[in-house]
Design a protein around this ligand. Structure first.
Ligand SMILES: Nc1nc2c(ncn2[C@@H]2O[C@H](COP(=O)(O)OP(=O)(O)OP(=O)(O)O)[C@@H](O)[C@H]2O)c(=O)[nH]1
Ligand SMILES: [Mg+2]
Length: 337
């Protein structure tokens, strides 16, 4: 599935139907009187956050969305039918902003959350509604109001509890594959992963959502490699797992390089809680492991986790440690007392 995390679209709510101007005509009936009905309301444009969607790719193919107009009123006091609302489905985590991209209209972060972004116009009043004791034959009927129309930006920031970051080839996708049912492509060359992947990991009966973020390299914040554009998908994570290939000559330097890029991208991100994990331990001898541990301890006061994503070593401990940072979600289905 292709991935797109921002899109600009045009939305237009339905216009209200016109009110009718009509008089009752019936044989042998002396006083007909006005009987023009009101117009129907135009449909709203409503956004709804859906589970199992995680891309805005559909909006590459369709950019214009219009709700139905309200029907005009008619004689015999017939009110026009309301226009049907247009429901636009977006992934959970979609932020909707105005055309400038700066003013947030709504941030749809919960499953099933809905929001009316463009309101349909009200129907016009028919002449029947203007009759009064002083004007028993009004000819006034109003046109329907136009529906709201605007351009909006949809910006997706995936909702994940844990964000996996690190250099290309560190084994992020292998780790996601080991812990979840997600199957991102894994290969021994940099930038195998070209867009974020999501997976659900289970730990101690809890579901934890993990995001595999494409690899970062030195200069990413200046756009080198895939740049830092996917880092926005870690903004909502409770914890980052910084994965490092332990078979590389200098894991500590790798760590520092990535930290520098995070810092340049946004302070909010570099201040997020982080767990360091040294991967590919199946290929590293005991002594090297000890040295890496010592170095991280001494120079950065960090105690890294040692894992092997391929051999499945140390994964539960790592996941448990990360899960401690993830707030426990309210279990909606749990009705036990
Ligand atoms: N020996 C060993 N190899 C591993 C381990 N984890 C991953 N690899 C290998 O490392 C290579 C890169 O793995 P990926 O999971 O694709 O790495 P990535 O971090 O997702 O890389 P990008 O998507 O390019 O950022 C693959 O050839 C994996 O088989 C491990 O625990 N031990
Ligand atoms: Mg990958």
């Amino acid at each position: 599935m292709k991935f797109l995390d921002q899109a600009k679209i045009y939305i237009k709510a339905g216009d209200g139907g016109n009110g009718a101007c009509s008089f009752r005509h019936e044989k042998f009936l002396e006083f007909g009187g006005p009987d023009g009905g009101n117009g129907g309301k135009g449909g709203d444009v409503v956004f709804v956050a859906m589970p199992n969607l995680n891309t805005l790719i559909d909006f590459r193919y369709q950019q214009h969305f219009k709700a139905r107009h309200g029907q005009p009123g008619a004689g015999r006091n017939c009110t026009g039918a309301n226009g049907e609302d247009l429901i636009i489905k977006v992934p959970i985590g979609t932020e909707i902003t105005d055309e400038t991209g700066e003013n947030v209209i709504v941030d749809l972060t919960k499953e099933g959350q809905t929001f009316v972004v463009a309101k349909g116009g009200l129907g016009g009043r028919g002449n029947d509604s203007y009759k009064s004791s002083t004007n028993q034959a009004p000819r006034r009927a109003d046109p329907g109001e136009p529906g709201e129309e605007l351009w909006v930006w949809l910006k997706l920031k995936l909702i994940a509890d844990i964000g996996l970051i690190g250099m290309p080839n560190a084994g992020k996708s292998t780790l996601l594959t080991a812990l979840t049912k997600a199957r991102p492509k894994i290969a021994n060359y940099p930038f195998t992963t070209l867009h974020p992947h999501l997976g659900v990991a289970m730990v101690d009966g809890r579901e934890i959502l993990m995001a595999d973020i494409p690899g970062l390299i030195e200069g990413a914040s200046e756009g080198i490699g895939l740049g830092t554009k996917f880092l926005k998908h870690t903004e909502r994570c409770s914890i980052l797992i910084h994965l490092i290939d332990g078979t590389e000559p200098n894991p500590l330097q790798t760590y520092k390089t990535i930290r520098k890029e995070l810092d340049k991208y946004a302070h909010t991100l570099s201040e997020k809680s982080e767990i360091v994990a040294i991967n590919k331990c199946d290929c590293i001898d005991e002594e090297t492991l000890k040295n890496i541990e010592k170095e991280f301890n001494k120079k950065l006061k960090i105690k890294p986790y040692f894992i092997s994503a391929i051999a499945g070593k140390g994964l539960t401990e790592l996941l448990r440690a990360a899960a401690k940072f993830v707030p426990i979600k309210e279990d909606v289905g749990n009705k036990e007392e």
